[in-house]
Write a protein that binds this ligand. Structure first.
Ligand code: C2E
Ligand code: CA
Ligand code: CA
Length: 740
C-alpha cells in the first residue's frame, strides 16, 4: 500500500514546477583553481532555458574522464586546452568522443592564448562546439556560448529519445507475444511523446478501458507508466488515487478526444478491437500549436501501430492452419508428430515430405494464380490417394508433408506421388514431385528432427534428378549435417572476411598476350586447410549465401582490376563467375552490377561475366532480357563450363553471348581422341559462325596447346601458363610474362 500512498500524496495537479526541473550539469575542467571559482561565481544564479546550472569540477584531463564516467548526465564541458600537458585538453576530447563514446555531451574549449587554438578540422572532427580565449570570456559572452551549447544538447537528447521510442514501437509491433508487445508498445509511446515535447519521461501514464463493452467509468488499467507513476503498471486506477489524473483519463476515453490542458495533455487512440487507450503526460507547460499538430499526427500513427499488434494476435490464432489452402500447417504437423512419437507403437509410421520439381518456374512463367491452382489440385489428389486417417499439411510454398500412421496402407501409394496426375480446370497434367520418406523413430530425436530427416531425404532425392524418392538413413543424415556445418563455417568465414580471390590469366592464341584474368574464390579455414570451391560454392548456392558473396566477389575483383591497371596493364580485363541464383529476378543483379561498377570507376567494357548454361532454366525470354541488360552496359558474357550443361545447343544461338568457355574435362580428354576432341571440333566452327570467341580452359601441356591452336581455338587458360595466383603474385607474374 506504500505505493498508493506515494501516489496520492503527489497529485498530478500539484506539481512543484520549478522543483521538478532538473538542472543542467556542467563540468568545469581546468588546472587553475581560480578559473573554477570565477566561472561558478559569474554563472551562479543564471537560469538557462528555465533550468538552473549545477557544476562538477576536474583539475586535469585524466580527472575529467573519471568524473564523466561517473556522471553520464553531463550536458556541457568547459574544457581548458592546456593543462598537465600541451595537448591534455584535446587528448581528453578524443577519449570522451572515441573511447567513452559520449557523442552528445557539448564541449567548449577554453585557451590561455589565441595561439593555442586547435586546427579547424580537429574542431570539426571532435564536434567541439566553441572555443574561446579565457580573457575574452566576459560573463555575457560565456553565458551566450553556454546557452547555445545547452540548446543543441537538448535537441540531440530529444532526437535520441524519440528515436528510442520509435524503435520500441517498431519492435513491439513485431513481437509475437501480444501482452508483452502491448506493454512494450505503450512504453514506446511514452518515450516517444516525451521526446516530442522535450520533457523527461516523467508523470506519464498509458491506460486502457480494457475494451469493455459496457463502458466502465470507475477504473482503468495502466499498461505502462514512467517516472514516479511506474508503480501503477498493471494495476487499475480509481478516482480516489488521483482525482485530477483520473478525470482527465476518463474524459479522454469517454469522449474519444484529445485533452490539452495547461500543464498536462492526454491523447486518445484505439485499436481494431475497439480497445481504447489514453496517454496522459505531465508537460509542465502549455503546448505550442506546432506541438499540438505533431501530436495529432503521432496519435494517428500510434493507432495504426496498435492495429498491427492486434493483427499479430489474430495471426497467432490462425497459427495452426495454412491461410491460403485451409489445411494444417507446419506448426500443426509438428504437434501431430509429437503425438505420434508418444504413442506406444511407432514401428510403422512414415513421415513423407514432397516438393514439386521446378515449381519456381511454374510460378514465374504461368503466374502465381496458376501456381495456386496447381497446388490446390495437388492437395485434392493427395486426399484422394490417402485415406482420411492420414494427416496432410503444407509446410512451405510448394512443399507438403504426409504423416502415415499405418504404413501398411501407405507405401503402395509412393510410386503415385513422384509423378502425380492432377486435375486442374484446364485439363489433366502430370506433376513431377521429389519425395523424402523417414520412418518415425523416437530414438532419433523430437518432432522437428523427424521432419528435418524427411526433408534431408527429399533434398537427396532432388540431387538424383526429378521425380525421385529417397528414404532417410543415418549415413544420409550425417552427410547432410556435415554439409550444414560446412555451410556454417562458410558463413562465418564470409562474415570474418576469410575468403579471398586468386587470379588466373587468359591468353589469346593469336598474339600470346594476356588479355584477361579470371577471379576465383578461395576459402582457407581456421586450420589452414583449403576447401575447394567445387564443394562450398554449391552449398552457398543452395543456401542463398551466394547472393551477398557474389556481390562481394564482384566488388573485390573490380578493385583488384584497378590495382592491375595501376601496375602498368591498363587494358587488362576481368572475368567474374556468376551463379544462377544471383541472377534470379528478385535479386536485382543489374543494380548490384551498376553499384559495383560505379564504386570502382572501372570501364564496363573491361568486365566479363562467366555464366553457366544452368540459367537456361529461367526460360529463353528471361535469359535474353537479362543478357541484353548486361550487354547494354558494355559488359561481355561468357558461357562457362560449355558442354557440361543440359541445355541444348540450339538455345545457344538465341542467347546474346560473346564467348564460349570449353570445360576443362573436354581438354583433358582431348588426348584420348574421345568425346572431348569431338566436342571441341564441333564448338570452334560453331563459335566462329555465331561470331563468338572460343576459349579452352584447363590447358596443362604444350601438346594440348598446339592441338587447340590447330583446331582454330582463339584463347586458352590453364596451368600451362599459370595457376590462379594471389593479386600481388599475379601482378609479378604478369610483369615477368610481359618481359619474355
Ligand atoms: P570454373 O569456373 O570452371 O573455374 C575454372 C577452374 O579450373 C578453377 O577451379 C581453376 O582453378 C581450374 N583450373 C584452371 N586451370 C586448370 C588446369 O590447367 N588444370 C586443372 N585441373 N584445373 C584448372 P577452382 O578455382 O577450383 O574453381 C572451381 C569452380 O568453382 C569454378 O569452376 C567455378 O565454377 C566455381 N567458382 C570459383 N570461384 C567462384 C566465384 O567467385 N563465384 C562463383 N559463382 N563460382 C566460383
Ligand atoms: Ca569460370
Ligand atoms: Ca569450367
Amino acid at each position: 500500500m506504500e505505493d498508493e500512498l506515494l501516489f496520492s500524496e503527489e497529485s498530478a495537479g500539484n506539481f512543484d514546477v520549478q522543483g521538478e526541473q532538473s538542472p543542467w550539469i556542467i563540468l568545469i575542467v581546468d588546472d587553475d583553481p581560480d578559473v573554477h571559482e570565477t566561472t561558478v561565481f559569474s554563472l551562479r544564479d543564471s537560469l538557462v532555458l528555465g533550468k538552473p546550472l549545477e557544476f562538477l569540477h576536474a583539475y586535469s584531463g585524466k580527472e575529467a574522464i573519471d568524473v564523466l564516467q561517473k556522471n553520464p548526465g553531463v550536458a556541457l564541458i568547459l574544457l581548458d586546452a592546456v593543462m598537465e600537458t600541451e595537448k591534455a585538453g584535446l587528448t581528453a576530447v578524443q577519449i570522451i568522443r572515441e573511447e567513452l563514446g559520449m557523442e552528445d555531451v557539448r564541449i567548449i574549449l577554453r585557451t590561455g592564448q589565441p595561439g593555442q587554438v586547435p586546427e579547424l578540422d580537429t574542431i570539426a572532427k571532435y564536434d567541439i562546439n566553441d572555443y574561446k580565449t579565457k580573457n575574452e570570456m566576459t560573463r555575457t559572452k560565456l553565458l551566450t556560448a553556454i546557452i547555445g551549447a545547452l540548446r543543441s544538447w537538448q535537441q540531440i537528447q530529444r532526437i535520441n529519445s524519440s528515436r528510442r521510442g520509435l524503435e520500441k514501437i517498431v519492435q513491439a509491433s513485431n513481437k509475437f507475444i501480444v501482452e508483452q508487445g502491448l506493454q512494450h508498445f505503450a512504453e514506446g509511446v511514452i518515450t516517444q511523446m516525451a521526446g516530442v515535447f522535450g520533457v523527461e519521461p516523467e508523470g506519464i501514464v498509458c491506460a486502457s478501458d480494457g475494451g469493455k463493452k459496457v463502458f466502465s467509468e470507475d477504473e482503468y488499467l495502466v499498461i505502462a507508466a514512467a517516472g514516479k507513476y511506474k508503480t501503477l503498471i498493471n494495476r487499475t486506477i480509481h478516482k480516489e488515487d488521483d482525482e485530477n489524473l483520473f478525470c482527465i483519463i476518463r474524459d479522454t476515453l469517454k469522449n474519444k478526444t484529445n485533452y490539452i490542458g495547461k500543464n498536462s495533455v492526454s491523447f486518445f487512440f484505439t485499436d481494431s478491437y475497439n480497445k481504447n487507450y489514453a496517454t496522459w503526460i505531465h508537460t509542465r507547460r502549455s503546448l505550442s500549436e506546432v506541438d499540438t499538430d505533431l501530436l495529432e499526427i503521432f496519435c494517428t500513427n500510434i493507432s495504426l501501430c496498435a492495429n498491427n499488434i492486434e493483427l499479430v494476435k489474430r495471426l497467432k490464432l490462425q497459427a495452426w492452419e495454412d491461410t491460403v489452402f485451409k489445411i494444417p500447417n507446419m506448426a500443426a504437423l509438428l504437434e501431430r508428430i509429437r503425438d505420434c512419437l508418444e504413442e506406444d507403437d511407432v514401428s510403422n509410421k512414415d513421415l513423407i515430405v514432397l516438393d514439386i520439381d521446378g515449381f519456381y518456374h511454374i510460378n514465374e512463367m504461368l503466374g502465381y494464380d496458376y501456381g495456386d491452382i496447381i497446388l490446390r489440385s495437388l492437395i485434392a489428389r493427395l486426399r484422394e490417394l490417402f485415406d482420411e486417417s492420414v494427416f496432410i499439411a503444407r509446410i512451405a510454398s510448394d512443399a507438403f508433408a504426409v504423416l502415415c500412421c499405418n504404413d501398411d496402407f501407405c507405401s503402395d501409394k509412393y510410386p503415385f506421388i513422384t509423378s502425380m496426375l492432377i486435375n486442374p480446370p484446364d485439363g489433366e497434367r502430370e506433376l513431377s514431385v521429389s519425395v523424402g520418406v523417414t520412418r518415425l523413430n523416437p530414438l532419433l530425436g523430437g518432432a522437428s528432427t523427424q521432419l528435418r530427416n524427411a526433408v534431408i531425404a527429399m533434398k537427396r532425392a532432388k540431387t538424383e534428378g526429378i521425380g525421385q524418392i529417397a528414404r532417410y538413413s543415418t549415413q544420409m543424415g550425417e552427410e547432410a549435417r556435415k554439409g550444414i556445418r560446412l555451410l556454417q563455417g562458410l558463413k562465418e568465414a564470409f562474415a570474418n572476411r576469410q575468403l579471398f580471390l586468386v587470379f588466373q590469366p587468359q591468353v589469346s592464341l593469336e598474339d600470346k598476350r594476356v588479355f584477361c584474368c579470371e577471379a576465383l574464390l578461395r576459402w582457407k579455414n581456421d586450420k589452414g586447410e583449403f576447401i575447394p570451391p567445387d564443394r562450398f560454392i554449391p552449398l552457398a548456392e543452395q543456401a542463398g549465401l551466394i547472393v551477398p558473396m557474389g556481390a562481394w566477389v564482384l566488388r573485390e575483383s573490380l578493385a583488384a582490376l584497378k590495382r592491375i591497371h595501376g601496375a602498368g596493364f591498363p587494358h587488362m580485363r576481368m572475368a567474374v563467375n556468376v551463379s544462377a541464383p544471383q541472377l534470379r529476378r528478385n535479386n536485382n543483379f543489374l543494380e548490384v552490377l551498376d553499384t559495383a561498377l560505379d564504386e570502382s570507376g572501372i570501364d564496363p567494357r573491361l568486365l566479363e561475366l562467366e555464366i553457366t548454361e544452368s540459367v537456361s532454366a529461367f526460360g529463353i525470354e528471361d535469359v535474353q532480357k537479362l543478357f541484353n541488360g548486361i550487354r547494354e552496359r558494355g559488359i561481355s558474357i561468357a558461357i562457362d563450363d560449355f558442354g557440361t550443361g543440359y541445355s541444348s545447343l540450339s538455345s545457344i544461338d538465341r542467347w546474346p553471348v560473346d564467348r564460349l568457355k570449353i570445360d576443362r574435362t573436354f581438354v583433358r580428354n582431348m588426348d584420348k581422341k574421345k568425346d572431348g576432341a569431338r566436342l571441341i571440333d564441333l564448338v570452334i566452327p560453331l563459335g566462329n559462325r555465331l561470331s563468338m570467341r572460343v576459349l579452352a580452359e584447363g590447358v596443362e601441356t604444350e601438346d594440348q596447346l598446339q592441338r587447340l591452336q590447330q583446331l582454330g581455338c582463339h584463347e586458352v587458360q590453364g596451368y600451362f601458363f599459370s595457376e590462379p595466383l594471389e593479386l600481388e603474385d599475379f601482378i609479378d607474374w604478369m610483369k615477368s610474362y610481359a618481359n619474355n
